[in-house]
Design a binder for this molecule. Sequence first.
Ligand code: C2E
Ligand code: CA
Ligand code: CA
Ligand code: CA
Length: 277
Amino acid sequence: AKERGRNAYCYYDPKLQVQNEGHRKLETQLVMALERGEFEVYYQPVVELSSRHIRSAEALLRWNSPVLGAVSPAQFIPVAEERGLIVEIGAWVLRQALTQVRTWRSAGHADIRVAVNVSPLQFQQDGFVELVERALRQHGLGGDALILELTEGSLIRDLEAANAKLVRLRELGVQIALDDFGTGYSSLAYLQQLQVDVVKIDRSFVQAMGETGPAVMEAILHLVRQLGYRTVAEGIETVAQYADLEGVGCDSGQGYLFARPVPAREFERVLAHYSRR
Ligand code: C2E
Ligand code: CA
Ligand code: CA
Ligand code: CA
């Protein structure tokens, strides 16, 4: 496949040309986006399935470029990683998220946490733990206000070094979630060695329940729980999915059924709505 890829590259491909130009344009705009204030953080609730209470909110980055319009994170996060911009952007998201969780806690939601996505490049930086510690202190928060979401890509390259960082973060009270479980390598031997609190089951497994029924999901949840981790199912869109997941003992869920990601002000209304029920 590699050979063919190399050969294919010898031919002029107008489609590829357009793609490359698009990529360059995005890159140029992305470099300036942070200082121009073009980013905004949206929040999506994570709901405990048995009680229907909101336990946390996932911070999801949005980019509204005056030149390119709204660009999805699936498009710009990889470019930000490639260019190393994600380190600075990620630190900004963390500060925004901590500011919000402080506001929500002051407004009476005393136990709510905020979950922040961390890219592998950020996590691998020397001083990442210190950065988190400092940010918490500056916002007058304990570690129990924060969840960090990491993918396997961050952890497998050097499991021992990764675990050493995770242990220090957990000592601060920060919870660690393994994101997108089931999409990567996910060997069991490896899963049981990880210093995490929560495993987020990828949306593809929630969708698959429609065809296969909940048995596969049940087996995954059973396994993850045996290892001592709590479970969150991603991408719940229907009442049927909710019912199936609750039936097989999934702890929490996230998805459009509960709420789409929304701006911080709107999230306060989502919070108020859920705590009234
Ligand atoms: P993720 O961490 O897996 O985030 C969950 C994604 O699923 C979000 O996409 C969310 O909007 C979407 N989602 C939630 N509920 C549903 C549902 O019911 N149905 C469907 N179809 N989708 C749902 P989003 O916001 O487009 O983000 C995509 C990815 O970009 C994230 O995937 C994450 O990997 C990355 N990302 C977003 N914000 C940040 C950030 O601040 N830092 C880093 N490093 N990555 C980020
Ligand atoms: Ca995530
Ligand atoms: Ca995910
Ligand atoms: Ca994902």
